[in-house]
Design a protein around this ligand. Structure first.
Ligand code: KG4
Ligand code: ZN
Length: 335
């Protein structure tokens, strides 16, 4: 058995987890600094960095203790850490900590791509899933459709050409005066509104699999300025339906054009109720299984980083100790 300790600090969550190579999660701890960012309407990198620095030690210690390991000399085989993409100040704290632990305990360490981590999340809960798989990875920073032929074997079919889906949620929520992060708020409000209240465009960005969300955000602003009496719930429902429709139309196009044996959702926006319902329906229609991770596995966590890190470590070996953080590390660089 190979056992990994993983650390994730790419954005506002400080997370650590212990996972083995059969993808059994021994522990998973998450401390979020989201409450400190709320007043600013988004994640403030400076605040995120300070919070990571304050909590990284205790979070790692708790992950080791929860897994029944000695926090001073844990019997692990590798330290995995998110080395990109993400906020540079946040990434550097996790990476420096991982290097220090690896050095102190004389263990190898491996840098992990955060997006590849998200792609491993469905696998942690469904180790039996079938390949190839099409995964809709939608978060605050990214929106992409990925064809996965096996663990770590992926092809990016399309991605957003402007804002990420979660970013669009957060920006529209801010315009409506809702607290950050806006996704869960809009999702909750949408349940009480009519999706037909506002006429919003579903941008299709041509025949490929790319997305675009910035036009939709502008359309919401224009429509609410014109129709001042429309309720918040109706705006939320109309916007949510337009986002889901665009994502689901592109997903349907993949199901039409590619041979896949399953559909998965990943990333923070995978918690969205309209998207989850739509993906389930689409999977039924195309007679393939759908893999919808639990809400805890959709959002940032270190268990998914451990899973991706174990795969990379067992396949490619350890990373060099001089590895640096890469705030814009694209998934397409990993083959
Ligand atoms: O993956 P994540 O935790 O962080 C990264 O961006 O990597 O995703 C956070 C994003 C935020 O934009 C948040 O508004 C969105 O996920 N989100 C949702 C929902 N829950 C979280 N968006 C729509 N509906 C939700 N229920
Ligand atoms: Zn993420």
């Amino acid at each position: 058995m190979t056992l990994a300790l993983a650390i994730e600090t790419s954005c506002d969550d400080t997370a650590a987890a212990v996972v083995d190579d059969a993808l059994h999660v021994h522990s998973s701890v998450i401390e979020s600094s989201i409450d400190q960012h709320r007043a600013f309407g988004g994640v403030v990198p400076e605040i995120a960095g300070r919070a990571h620095l304050a909590t990284i030690g205790p979070v790692v210690r708790r992950a080791l203790e929860d897994a029944g390991l000695d926090p001073h000399a844990p019997a692990i085989d590798v330290v995995a850490v998110t080395s990109g993409p993400g906020l540079i100040g946040s990434l550097l704290i996790g990476l420096s900590a991982a290097k220090a632990y690896a050095l102190a305990w004389d263990k190898p360490f491996v840098g992990v791509n955060h997006l590849e981590g998200h792609l491993f999340a469905p696998l942690l809960e469904r180790p039996d899933l079938d390949w190839p798989l099409v995964t809709l990875l939608v978060s605050g920073g990214h929106s992409m459709l990925v064809l996965q032929r096996g663990p770590g074997d992926h092809e990016v079919l399309g991605e957003t050409i402007d804002d990420a889906a979660g970013e669009a949620y957060d920006k529209v929520a801010r315009w409506l005066g809702l607290p950050y992060p806006g996704g869960p708020e809009i999702d909750r409000l949408a349940a009480q509104g009519s999706s037909k209240a506002l006429k919003l465009p579903v941008s299709m960005t041509g025949a490929g699999f790319d997305f675009s969300f910035s036009g939709l955000k502008t359309a919401v602003v224009r429509a609410t300025e014109k129709q001042r009496d429309v309720s918040l719930a109706d705006v939320a429902a109309s916007f949510q339906a337009a986002v889901a429709e665009q994502l689901l139309r592109k997903l349907r196009a993949v199901l039409e054009q590619r041979e896949v044996r399953g559909v998965a959702l990943a990333g923070g926006v995978a918690a969205n109720s309209a998207l989850r319902r739509g993906v389930e329906q689409l999977a039924l229609e195309y007679a393939v299984p759908s893999y919808l991770p639990s809400l805890a596995m959709c959002t940032d966590n270190a268990a998914m980083i451990a899973a991706a890190g174990l795969h990379r470590f067992l396949k490619d070996g350890a990373s060099d100790r001089s590895l640096s953080a890469r705030p814009n590390w694209p998934l397409t660089e990993l083959v």
